[in-house]
Write a protein that binds this ligand. Structure first.
Ligand SMILES: [Zn+2]
Length: 213
């Protein structure tokens, strides 16, 4: 049973990792701007970059991380992933990718429609996934991958990531993001109910911010 689970996990990580995705060939044609070790796809809008740098500049621990930010067709607004093989090369050689959905047909939320403050909250959340991965060894990261296979596990991971975002001082922006998705965006109901089920609600975010004070 455990072996089967490991097999499924490895397979899902292989399929999910940018190393093996269909975008591999197009990835080569992508151009990146560099900010220290951070590499940013040139198609990533300058206005987003300003918002991205707000939380990134607060994350001293991520300054030495190899992070690539790039656009891709996704089934969610954004995602943060480790490169599977780099997990076995020691923490110094770890590589991570933050993906941004560029699919105009997506009926969830696209970054271009998100208000600036809420965007900062979302970027902070994705960076906290990387902080979380980076605090773990290869086995710990794989365990996170396991958790992601069920809704219950996914909810646990996302709530913890939201907590890390609040602890990092981006609770207000995270609240703006959560509130925007559920109450102001044009996202379809299916997307909204998924967000409601898996992520912290705006009220819970405020509650946790109060506890922190
Ligand atoms: Zn997340």
């Amino acid at each position: 049973m455990v072996l089967r689970d490991i097999f499924i996990l490895v397979l899902s990580l292989l399929l999910a990792t940018p190393l093996f995705s269909q975008t591999r060939s197009s990835d080569k044609s992508k151009k990146y701007n560099k900010v220290g070790k951070l590499k940013i796809d040139t198609s990533f809008q300058a206005s987003y970059l300003q918002d991205f740098m707000v939380p990134f500049n607060q994350c001293e621990d991520l300054k030495d991380c190899r992070i690539k930010v790039k656009t891709k067709n996704l089934k969610t607004t954004m995602a943060a992933r480790p490169h599977f093989f780099s997990l076995f090369l020691g923490k110094k050689n770890r590589r991570y990718t933050i993906l941004i959905n560029k699919n105009e047909e997506f009926n969830g939320v696209l970054l271009k429609d998100v208000p600036s403050d809420a965007r900062v909250g979302l970027f902070a959340h994705e960076l906290m996934h990387i902080r979380d991965y980076n605090s773990k060894g290869a086995a710990g990261v794989m365990q996170l991958g396991f958790q992601y296979l069920s809704i219950k596990g996914k909810t646990k991971v996302e709530h913890r990531t939201d907590s890390l975002t609040i602890a990092a001082g981006f609770g207000q922006q995270l609240y703006e993001w959560a509130h925007y998705v559920l109450h102001d965006s044009n996202a379809c109901e299916e997307y909204k109910s998924f967000k409601e089920e898996v992520y912290m609600s705006p009220v819970r975010i405020l509650g946790q911010m109060e506890q922190k004070q």
